[in-house]
Structures are given as C-alpha cells and as structure tokens.
Ligand binder design. Structure first.
Ligand SMILES: [Zn+2]
Length: 387
C-alpha cells in the first residue's frame, strides 16, 4: 500500500449519554434521552454513514446542512454494534448497503437464540438486514475489532489530515470514560473494554467516541492541574457559530453565546451536566444580538466583550447603555484565556491537555493561528485540526 489514503470525516451529532457517572449520576436512573455520535465518512466517491442515531428525516437534515448530501447519497451504513441507537431507521436510506462486523452479526445470532429482555430491546428495525462487512470497508477505511461494550463491536480506522482517526463506538463512551480507562455499566466485558482502549491509546491520534465529541488520544488527563477542559456545545452549518464551554477550576466560561432557550439549556447539560446558572462568565466575541443570545438565562455570569469592541460600543450612541453590562476581558491566572485581535477577528486562545485551542469570530487568518502554535481552530461553523 505505502501511501496513506486520504479520507474526510464530519461528525453529524455530538452525542451524549442518558446518564454519566462522572457527573455524579446514578446508573439506575435515565436522566435524559440518549444520542449516539453519528459521523459521515467520505472516501473518494464513497459516502459512509456511521451509526445513524436520529430518525432519517432529522439525519438527512444534518447531512444536508453539514455535508450537502441527501439520504440517497449514502452508499454504506456501518453500525459499530447492533444496539438500536446506532442504526436507527437504517433501512430508509435507499442506496445504502447495511454493514456490521462479522462478529456483530454473530452477536445478533446469539442474542436471537438466547431470547430474553435484551433480545426484546435490541432485535428490532433492520437488524437482520445487516451483512458482515469486509475488513477493508473502502480503499481508505478499515474495520477494526474493539470488543468490550459488545463482544462484536468494531470501529473504523482511517487517516485524515495526517492523523489516524478511530470511530470507536461505545467501547469508548466519551473523553471522560477514556481518560479514566473505564467502560460503561452495561458493557459485555470490562476487561476487553480496557484492552481495546489501550489499543486505541497506542495506535490512533483522534477518537470519535460512541456518545460524545471527538478528542485527541494524546490529551493529558485533566486532573487537579491548571489545564482547561473544553467542549463544543453545538454543531452548525455555514454562517452559524459554534459556542464553546471552557472549565477552569470552579469557573464555567461560555465563549460565543450563539444558542438560545432550550437549545442553550440542553447543550450545557449534554456537554457537562450543568444548568445555565452554573455559568460564571460569558465571553461574547462580538456585541451584536447573534453573539449575545439569551445571556440573561445565565443569571450568575459576568459578561465580557473584547476591549476593542467595548470601546467602540461606548463611542456609539445607537447601542445606548447596553455596554454597561459588559466588562473588557482580561486574562488572569485563574482564567488563563487570552483574548487577542487578528485583523478584524477577535480570538480566544487557551491551552487544554497540551493542545492550543482558538475560538474566533469572523474569518481570521489560519496561517496566523498555525504560526502561534494553535492545534484546533474553531471558526464560525468549522472546527479544523491544524496540527
Ligand atoms: Zn451501545
């Protein structure tokens, strides 16, 4: 083979769990509805939809908004395992071949033989229409066994932008479970989960977990030290902007208040199990209404604007006394987030787990970010891995 094959990927849902023990939630209670991570993988002309988790209409809506594709464009649906939330309405993509690993097909056959409560819950929809996937799903995409959550669970591995990416399914639930090297409470075999996680840690750069946003395997664990944790709160289409939650000690800082109402509430809860009242600071990169949505919901938060923007607000008579609610952001040892200007764009820059993250308003010069050593750029709707 020699030359690594280039593959593109885009997460279509951020994914979250129905309960998360790392937020102090009890395994026996379902706190909210579950959403898995769905990803579109494009290898040349081949469109692979991995783990469709929403009804087909909603999935198609996202395919259109984020990738310009419809349900007819999907060539392959790959389910990392047979659980229903990873193959919802798979039969409704007219041109798609339905694949699971041969081991997952085996799981289904055995569960069918056993019967019982699990069979009742999981053997539904198009589960019997799935066929055993070839090990090489497409020229650049490989099926890799990751037993643990189920015995047959298999992820997909490919190279994109010089990074090795693993779509891991539920053997790796999210970044918190990965860093703790722990499986989920219903895993078929916890020892196998641990072995699969170790394989991922040693062999790939980026993991898209079963129920969460992607992360770097090399992120240093974020214990008591002064390293910030961050989460994207939304996925968006071109012209929209990503909101980002950053945690620094007891501070919960929202960058870009671009969500409103229940979308904002749900996003904050899904990302970290928090209520809007737990947000301590909001950094609005711009002062217009789109960038200061629903700020009053976060009733305990101090509000900030870039210094330059705040000065301009004070000069302008149109905005009246609105600027009085805002302060100019300044970096402190407790809140180590820089807010700088690059051209006309305001950019928040912070370190997390050994990586430098930038969140920009408008379009800002990507080369300038690379020169500053930025690893991940969040600009408008786009999240790009720069190095
Ligand atoms: Zn599952």
């Amino acid at each position: 083979m020699g030359i690594a094959h280039e593959v593109e990927w885009k997460q279509l849902t951020l994914g979250h769990l129905s309960r998360n023990k790392f937020w102090g939630e009890d395994p026996d209670t379902q706190y909210h509805s579950v959403v898995a991570s769905s990803t579109l993988v494009r290898d040349g002309d081949i469109n692979i939809l991995v783990d469709p988790t929403l009804p087909v209409d909603e999935m198609e809506n996202r395919l259109q908004r984020y990738c310009g594709l419809g349900r007819n464009d999907i060539d392959i649906i790959f389910a990392t395992h047979f659980h229903t939330d990873h193959r919802l309405e798979a039969e409704k993509y007219p041109n798609a071949k339905l694949y699971m690993s041969a081991e997952s097909i085996q799981d289904v056959a055995e569960l069918r033989k056993e019967g019982g409560a699990f069979a009742q819950i999981f053997l539904n929809g198009a589960v019997f229409d799935f066929e055993a996937a070839p090990r090489q799903l497409s020229p650049g995409v490989e099926v890799h066994p990751l037993p643990g959550h189920t015995l047959g669970l298999s992820g997909l591995v490919f190279t994109s932008g010089g990074k090795k990416v693993l779509l891991a399914g539920d053997t790796i639930m999210n970044a918190e479970f990965y860093h703790a090297r722990e499986g989920y409470f219903i895993d078929a075999n916890q020892e196998k989960t641990a072995v699969s996680m170790e394989w991922a840690a040693k062999n790939v750069d980026i993991i898209v977990p079963g129920h969460g946003d992607w992360f770097f395997t090399s992120d240093q664990a974020t214990g008591g030290e002064k390293t910030l944790q961050w989460r994207k709160l939304n996925l968006c289409a071109s012209g929209e902007e990503t909101a980002v939650l950053v945690q620094a000690g007891n501070e919960n800082i929202l960058i870009n208040s671009t969500l409103r109402g229940h979308l904002l509430r749900d996003a904050i809860y899904d990302a970290k199990g928090l209520e809007p009242s737990a947000i301590t600071r909001v950094i609005c990169l711009k002062s217009d209404p789109q960038h200061t949505l629903d700020v009053p919901i976060m009733k305990n938060a101090q509000l900030y604007l870039p210094k330059r923007t705040l000065e301009a607000e004070k000069q302008s008579t149109e905005n009246g006394p609105r600027h009085l609610a805002f302060n100019a952001w300044e970096k402190t040892p407790e809140m180590p987030i820089d807010l700088i200007e690059i051209g006309s764009s305001s950019v928040c820059v912070f370190n997390s787990g050994g990586k430098k993250i930038a969140v920009s308003s408008d379009h800002c010069d990507e080369q300038a970010l690379i020169n500053m050593g930025v690893h991940v750029s969040i600009m408008g709707a786009d999240t790009r891995i720069l190095q």
